[in-house]
Design a protein around this ligand. Structure first.
Ligand code: NAD
Length: 495
């Protein structure tokens, strides 16, 4: 049955009067399950007005009060893990165990933000000069907006709004129009936790809503996560309109396997990192760089594991890998497998065969003998396609990683600590795993890539999130001794 999915503004569901709409699908069947309103200028303006009106009181709420609400939210998200995961699975397609993992990684960010009284502490220097003390404080920015991708519809919003709200900002979320429902459930939990109305708003929509947020004079900052071309455009437009912007983009993450690595665990890691969530993760491994001497052995181990991956609907507890997000995306992913063969690569396992009759499934695919000029290597595919590039040496592997357009994540598999340390120093990548294939930082570090994986200087969540959502002040003070001085306003006086 098709549901209408609306906005959440000023603490309540807020249907648009003249909204354009779009379909929402169950990717495992292709069935339309909902109709999402695609917000226009009026909807964004209403959300920003509600957030602006709520800001003065929320900014003034005590740190203890804000922390208390975040602690309550923490309890509510924890109690509703299964429901949030269910909502993710029906509209995204990922398997329930993976959706539960997404909730857990999102929750970490709420837990981090519960420490806001500690995180917002400034510094104090007594007696910087005789009788002069200096202190620093950080204050919220105002209304901040989050624009989020389809692949983590609960976690990525939590990366943003937990810190943004804890710092005293009010928030407007523009989730992906492909899986909008979970954003409304999170809005309800925030309200239940005691967040005053207007502090958190959701505008459903597409580029029309995004454009309005980027131009709205009352939006102080934008956090964006999505594909590189959109991230680049959001950064350029947002900053040219005077906003603070962090825009995280796409990825092409390489896993370098040195000859001394434990090949069984490297193969296990590559398979789970390449095909988990059907490859629709910005930290998925999409390229294995295999040093020639072990390449055959590694490819044989990968190929042996792939047929055991159970593909099926995300809500079937036996499924390990679900469908892709849309029919269009499935066709695009398949075109890369076709193109790789045409370019001379070896399609060792072709995920386009024996597919279910309904839904947007593509099976795990393995493409060997890939060369850097091929589209299967160059482009972010965002599907279950793992490319193997055979290399002569560590140096060749590092050169490929550093020449790549993207710099989100990378991993090295080796038993040699010195080589791993050197790798972490050498690569132009923001997040590095040593025998860890998906090195997403825990919430008390920050997340961010280099090069075309991040536009702007601030990484997201963790300590850098607190910095991003606040601005600093430094106060220099002198208190004249009431016994010995009169008030000096700094003007020359004639006595
Ligand atoms: P997307 O860029 O298509 O969409 C992201 C958001 O931007 C959505 O809210 C969408 O409605 C909006 N949008 C889309 N086109 C727009 C346009 N032309 N103008 C303005 N707004 C627009 O990305 P997606 O397909 O939802 O997500 C997948 C992408 O996100 C992949 O490239 C993936 O690597 C990336 N991603 C990156 C990270 C990271 O942390 N670096 C995390 C998750 C996903």
């Amino acid at each position: 049955m098709s549901r209408r999915i609306s906005h959440w503004i000023d603490g309540a569901t807020a249907p648009s009067i003249l909204a354009r709409t779009g379909p929402v699908f169950d990717p495992s069947t292709g069935e339309i399950t909902g109709t999402v309103e695609l917000g226009g200028i009026d909807d964004v303006d209403a959300a920003v007005a509600a957030a602006s009106a709520a800001f003065p009181a929320w900014r003034s709420a005590g740190l203890g009060r804000r922390a208390e609400i975040l602690f309550r939210l923490r309890e509510l998200v924890d109690a509703n893990r299964k429901e949030i995961a269910r909502l993710i699975t029906v509209e995204h397609g990922k398997v329930l165990s993976d959706a539960l993992g997404e909730v857990a990684r999102g929750l970490e960010n709420v837990e981090f933000a519960c420490g806001i009284p500690q995180l917002m502490k400034g510094e104090y220097s007594e007696q910087a000069a005789t009788g002069v003390d200096v202190y620093s404080i950080r204050q919220p920015l105002g209304v901040v907006a989050g624009i989020t991708p389809f692949n983590f519809p609960a976690m990525v919003p939590m990366w943003m709004f937990a810190n943004a709200l804890a710092c005293g900002n009010t928030f407007v979320l523009k989730p992906s129009e492909k899986n909008p429902s979970v954003s409304l459930f999170l809005a309800q939990l925030l309200a239940e936790a005691g967040l005053p109305r207007g502090c958190f708003n959701v505008v459903q929509g597409d580029r029309v809503a995004v454009d309005r947020l980027l131009h709205h004079p009352d939006v102080a900052a934008i956090s964006f996560v999505g594909s590189t071309p959109v991230a680049k455009a959001v950064y350029a437009t947002g900053t040219s309109n005077g906003k603070r912007v962090q825009a995280l983009g796409g990825a092409k993450n390489h896993m370098l396997v040195l000859p001394d690595a434990d090949l069984e665990s490297a193969a296990d890691a590559a398979v789970s990192a390449a095909y988990g969530s059907a490859g629709e993760r910005c930290m998925a491994i999409s390229v294995v760089l295999a040093v020639d001497t072990i390449a055959d052995a590694l490819v044989e181990r990968l190929a042996r594991r792939i047929p055991d991956i159970r593909m099926g609907p995300g809500n079937d507890p036996d499924s390990e890998m679900g469908p892709l997000i849309s029919a269009e995306h499935r066709d695009r992913v398949c075109s890369y497998i076709e193109g790789a063969a045409a370019d001379g690569a070896t399609v060792a396992i072709d995920g386009r065969t024996d597919l279910p009759s309904e839904g947007y499934f593509v099976g795990p695919s393995l493409v060997d003998h890939v060369a850097p000029h091929m589209a299967v290597y160059r482009d972010e595919i965002f599907g279950p396609v793992l490319a193997v590039v055979r290399i002569a040496s560590y140096d060749e592997g590092v050169a490929l990683i550093n020449d790549n357009e993207f710099g989100n994540g990378t991993a090295i598999f080796t038993r040699n600590g010195g080589a791993a340390r050197q790798f972490a120093r050498d690569v132009s990548v923001g997040m590095i795993g040593v025998n860890v294939p998906v090195p997403v930082p825990v919430s008390y570090y920050s997340f961010g890539g280099w090069k075309s994986s991040l536009f702007g200087s601030a990484h997201i969540y963790g300590p850098e999130g607190v910095t991003f959502y606040t601005q600093g002040k430094v106060v220099t003070t002198r208190w004249p001794d009431p016994e010995s001085s009169t008030v000096d306003l700094g003007f020359p006086v004639v006595r």
